[in-house]
Design a protein around this ligand. Structure first.
Ligand code: ADP
Length: 275
């Protein structure tokens, strides 16, 4: 594959456009707020637990805005070069290959950094000039300073619930963003999501959502986080495949949540009470 610069192996931006409308049920005014942020060239910070729709929301937003979406799952080995790009030897030649952030900046796309607090501090420093009104990306290895076009948007997510204090975003970083809080949707909305995503009848979806709500009340008993919408959708898919409710919920909801036998027993009782 050839990029505009002819680097073999570079990823073409075309494959990052979302051509079909993703299914997304809003929890509040997040769509309107994010569109206003984009129009005003402000970066987005999505806060919320895992599996509550942040990624789906970004896909929906990218589709609405007609911009390509480049998503990066952050981890503690992620380097600046992973984001910005690097020289590679290909077929005996040295070629520059853009990283996902550079790709999105050049194309006026949306770069979504999932779980940004997982990334190393020196990696997130490259985001600062992009997140404030300079809107620039220094590509140091090439001695370039890229100016982001109006359509470019930086979006990051993090989960305030289980990040250690050490890993909290620095105020200097977070105060650059428009922040949207995502929680679990209200039960009626979550039931519609589970029904649609898993292809279930409303009654069964409502039961799964009820189970989800019960698990979310187990924090005091030592459960870090309750079942996410994602887990409920997974349970729904197993149910649809003909697995009985207890086995489906045990495998898709309870076991992924904990290894603690006592808590697992409590969860199992909840499943029996709901189905
Ligand atoms: P996150 O990025 O917050 O970890 P995802 O966006 O991947 O979570 O959501 C997990 C799954 O839950 C999605 O694949 C989708 O099936 C479902 N989901 C959650 N919230 C919504 C929503 N508001 N509209 C549609 N689907 C949703």
């Amino acid at each position: 594959m050839l990029s505009k610069e002819g680097a073999p192996g570079a990823v073409p931006i075309d494959k990052f456009f979302i051509t079909e409308e993703p299914f997304y049920l809003p929890q509040g005014r997040e769509v309107e707020l994010a569109e206003a942020a984009h129009a005003n060239r402000l970066p987005l910070l999505l806060k919320g637990p895992t599996g509550c729709g942040k990624t789906r929301f970004m896909e929906y937003l990218a589709w609405r805005l007609g911009r390509p979406l480049v998503t990066v799952s952050c981890h503690d080995d992620l380097t600046t070069a992973d984001l910005v790009g690097r020289y590679l030897i290909r077929g005996g030649e040295t070629v520059w290959v853009d990283g996902p952030l550079t790709l999105a900046v050049k194309a006026g796309g949306i770069c979504y950094l999932d779980e940004v607090v997982e990334a190393r501090k020196d990696t997130t420093v490259v985001l600062h000039p992009l997140a404030d009104d300079r809107r620039t990306l220094p590509v140091e290895k090439r001695g370039e300073l890229l100016r982001a076009p109006a359509d470019f948007m930086l979006a990051v997510s993090y989960n305030p619930g289980y990040q250690s204090v050490l890993k909290e975003l620095k105020p200097s970083t977070r105060q650059r963003f428009v922040a949207l809080e995502f929680g679990f949707p209200p039960p009626e909305i979550e039931a519609r999501i589970v029904a649609r995503e898993a292809g279930l009848d409303p009654e069964t979806a409502a039961r799964l959502v009820h189970l989800g709500g019960l698990t979310r009340g187990l924090r005091e008993q030592g459960l870090l986080e309750g079942a996410s919408t994602r887990l409920l959708v997974h349970a729904g898919l197993l149910l649809r495949a003909g697995i009985d409710p207890e086995a489906a919920c045990l495998a898709a909801v309870c076991e992924p949540l904990t290894d603690d036998h006592e808590i697992l027993e409590g969860l199992r009782e909840m499943v029996r009470a709901v189905f």
